[in-house]
Design a protein around this ligand. Structure first.
Ligand SMILES: [Zn+2]
Length: 234
């Protein structure tokens, strides 16, 4: 019974995650290539401006790659059971961000063909870019199968307490909340998907009940439940 409640990403979510991971990897390959080229061609006093420009481009690519990567992990999270894999998969954005600049930082500081001034400017800029890429690539709120499973169960409990049928909720294609009532003002007239709270999560990553539906349920559903309980008591 409990096994059935474990979160499983839908084929659509897995497909989208796969696409985002591919974008991220392509981005990192390009950023690494640009870094190699910059190290070979641009570490000199004459090309300082070009080197700084290359850093900006590499930082932008690393930033977006990490964003794609992090989004993919939200859609198709890994399990916490394998700690090493869990860490690597969630922090790959930070690791790659650092690697997009670390060889450059080392090359600049160990170069004996550039002036002290160039070394100070380029080295400081590269170290700052490396820090920015690492921090922006880090995942501070890692998703996991276990975490999602727990959150879905909490949502189911909350729905139960509001007397909402957790197996029959609605969500629209563009929305990021699920609804208890088909005629809710936010989804009226839109094409809707319908299923369990767990399915809304697995297919769309929806994790929250609409506020309007929640209020309505508290007004109508909960008293009905209370009445029902009283009747059973009698
Ligand atoms: Zn609603």
């Amino acid at each position: 019974m409990k096994e059935q409640n474990v979160f499983v990403a839908s084929p659509e979510a897995k497909g989208e995650a796969k696409k985002l991971r591919l974008y991220a990897i392509i981005g990192w390959v390009v950023a690494m290539g640009l870094q190699a080229l910059s190290i070979m061609k641009l570490i000199s006093d004459k090309t300082l401006i070009a080197l700084l420009g290359a850093m900006v481009v590499i930082l932008a690519i690393a930033f977006f790659s990490a964003r794609f990567w992090k989004k993919s992990n939200k859609l198709d999270p890994t399990s916490e059971k394998n700690a090493l894999r869990f860490f690597l998969q969630n922090q790959l954005g930070a690791i790659m961000g650092v690697l997009c600049f670390l060889p450059m930082v080392i090359s600049i500081f160990t170069s004996n063909t550039i002036s002290g001034k160039t070394k100070a400017i380029a080295g400081t800029a590269a170290a700052a870019a490396m820090t920015a890429a690492g921090v922006s690539g880090a995942e501070f709120d890692a998703a996991s199968i276990e975490k999602y499973t727990k959150e879905i169960n909490q949502q189911n409990e909350a729905a139960k307490s509001l007397n909402i049928n957790a197996n029959n909720v609605y969500w629209s294609k563009a929305g990021n909340k699920y609804h208890a009532y088909k005629d809710c003002q936010y989804i009226k007239g839109k094409s809707l998907s319908n299923g369990s709270i767990k399915q809304s999560w697995e297919q769309k990553g929806i994790s929250e009940l609409c506020k309007v539906c929640s209020k309505k349920a508290a007004k109508t559903g909960a008293p009905a439940k209370a009445k029902e309980l009283m009747e059973t008591a009698n």
